[in-house]
Design a protein around this ligand. Structure first.
Ligand code: SAH
Ligand code: DHB
Ligand code: MG
Length: 229
């Protein structure tokens, strides 16, 4: 329902607003275009977070004075760089990536951004690496960003809570998945993974959460944000 007789926006409007918001509030995103271009040149998918979402990640890291950040799904390192940029001095992002080539490209971009000593990429299936992190008694994380394969989201949420300190922030990308989460019988495994992930967050005894719908150049999607209690 529209308010005050404003017509609903179109995709063209959403794109134009995204450009305006990014140019007005997030001018530093210009400096990160090369990161996306490098990944694009490598034939990697254009599924990184939007600039205004990347800046939200940086802001959240800054707002909670995070020193240890965990990311699940590195791709070309675009979101990794936003997360690393918000860290307190001496802080680290540990980013988990299945594809060795993605990890290599990301490492190049992270180094080019001058953040080599603030990010560590661990290659392999994230579920395995999460288990290793738990077994090795890794220091707890202050913020965890989940943005890899959607089928495993429920398992990533459980693992994330285990690896988080009380008071940590958990962020889930693609929380709306073009609305496909509404269909509990969807044939889309990703849609089912996101929906079950949201349900798992909603009933988790240690999580209190919300989600916001977003629009922009990547279409209709959302971010879920949870606090680990
Ligand atoms: N966070 C990135 C985008 C990540 S895209 C950004 O916003 O810039 C999702 C990434 O998850 C891809 O690089 C994909 O290779 C990786 N991925 C898929 N399945 C995975 C798994 N099981 N374990 C770890 N990474 C996985
Ligand atoms: C897509 C977008 C994402 O942010 C992601 O993590 C995976 C896929 C997509 O639009 O297909
Ligand atoms: Mg995503």
């Amino acid at each position: 329902m529209a308010i005050n007789n404003h017509p609903p926006g179109t995709q063209t409007d959403f794109d134009a607003v995204e450009v305006f918001l990014t140019e007005t509030l997030v001018p530093e995103a210009r400096n990160l275009r090369a990161v996306v271009e490098r990944a694009d040149d490598e034939g990697m998918p254009r599924i990184e977070v939007m600039p205004n979402h990347g800046k939200l990640l940086e802001l959240l890291v800054q707002m909670i004075h995070a020193r240890r950040v965990l990311e699940i799904g590195t791709l070309g390192g675009y979101s990794t760089i936003w997360l690393a940029s918000g860290l307190q001095p001496g802080g680290t992002v540990v980013s988990l990536e299945l594809e060795p080539r993605h990890a290599e490209v990301a490492a190049e971009s992270i180094a080019a951004a001058g953040l080599r000593d603030r990010a560590e990429i661990r290659v392999g299936p994230a579920l395995d690496t999460l288990t290793e992190l738990g077994r090795s008694g890794a220091d707890p994380f202050d913020l965890i960003f989940i943005d890899a394969d959607k089928e495993n989201i429920p398992a990533y949420i459980d693992a994330a809570v285990e690896l988080a300190r009380p008071g940590a922030v958990l962020i889930l990308d693609n929380a709306v998945w073009h609305g496909a989460i509404l269909n509990p019988d969807s044939a889309d495994e990703a849609a089912i993974g996101v929906r079950r992930g949201l349900e798992a967050i909603g009933r988790h005894p240690r999580l209190t959460a919300t989600a916001i719908q977003t629009v922009g150049s990547k279409g209709w999607d959302g971010f879920a944000i949870a606090l680990v209690t």
